[in-house]
Unconditional design. Structure first.
Length: 293
């Protein structure tokens, strides 16, 4: 059993990006600029955005944070997006989710210029990805692919079971694992909370991607011997033994599942760290006009 070290791989990716940005700076080129829009006072969102800004500093990107209160209207958010779309210095930007309930998430995502949609959520980028065209791939699935690639995990001909059908992770993950590429060429089964015989389907997986959002949902009896298990879940669970009062749990019951696997990602220290690295990679692509010329 090998634990996939997301911390090490994300550091490698960031270092590679930093070296490229250093060359751009030496040659007098434009430094990539990532902007983030943060609406409201969600604690987890604050943490995620802070880590993204910190990563920009480490790599050498320029970064901007547009922060507004939870009372901000949908129209005001759309005005911010329009301004960022038109700002020629901003290469890419994200609107941190979740948004307050009174704001239509789909309307916000669709307002983002696909050329600056480094989160890869816009329907045009999702559609291009599905067709195998150049596109910004959403950060979490991109991070998973990079982990599989750097650990040289064989995927061709394997049965990949994805648990969770979200538009951010599960759905794009299933499309990417089925594509004619590496990582890919899997036979993919996309499952969710209402899938009949879910346990039996998971037991067939050579590669199991857990992205349901239910802490420790995947138990040892759902995993076959030698499977590759990728845990995308990240949930705060009350734990009075911790100074913070909570523990971070994935969708996989790690201690009981790990001994059965050939490779497994931990939580924390696995996929989560890769999502930020993937976002940085997409931002570099945007600055180079590598997806949309």
């Amino acid at each position: 059993m090998t634990i996939i070290d997301g911390k090490r791989i994300s550091a490698e990716v960031k270092q590679e990006l930093k070296e490229e940005v250093d060359k751009i700076r030496e040659n007098g080129g434009k430094i990539p600029h990532l902007a983030a829009v943060l609406i409201g006072d969600n604690g987890a969102s604050e943490t995620y955005v802070a880590s993204k800004i910190k990563s920009c500093e480490q790599i050498g990107f320029k970064s901007s944070l547009i922060r507004r209160g939870s009372e901000t209207t949908e129209a005001e958010v759309l005005e911010i997006i329009d301004s960022l779309n038109k700002d020629e210095d901003v290469d890419g930007f994200i609107v941190q989710l979740p948004l307050p309930d009174h704001i239509n998430v789909d309307k916000v995502i669709e307002a983002i210029d696909p050329k600056k949609d480094v989160d890869g959520f816009h329907p045009i980028n999702v559609g291009r990805m599905a067709k195998g065209l150049p596109a910004y791939i959403s950060a979490t699935p991109f991070g998973v692919l990079e982990l599989l690639k750097r650990y040289k995990i064989e995927t061709a001909g394997k049965h990949c079971v994805v648990v969770g059908r979200s538009q951010i992770v599960g759905l794009p993950m299933s499309l990417l694992m089925a594509r004619n590429d590496y990582p890919g060429n899997c036979t993919v089964t996309l499952t969710h909370s209402r899938t009949a015989n879910l346990k039996e389907i998971c037991q067939q997986a050579d590669i199991l991607v857990a992205a349901l959002g239910r802490p420790e949902f995947i138990k040892a009896d759902m995993v076959k011997e030698g499977a590759v298990v990728i845990d995308v879940g990240i949930t705060r669970v009350k734990d009075e033994t911790k100074k913070s009062g909570f523990a971070i749990k994935g969708d996989v019951a790690f201690e009981e599942v790990a001994p059965k696997t050939s490779f497994i990602t931990p939580v924390p220290g696995g996929v989560g760290l890769m999502t930020v690295a993937a976002l940085m990679y997409n931002t570099l692509l945007a600055s180079k006009k590598a997806i949309y010329s």
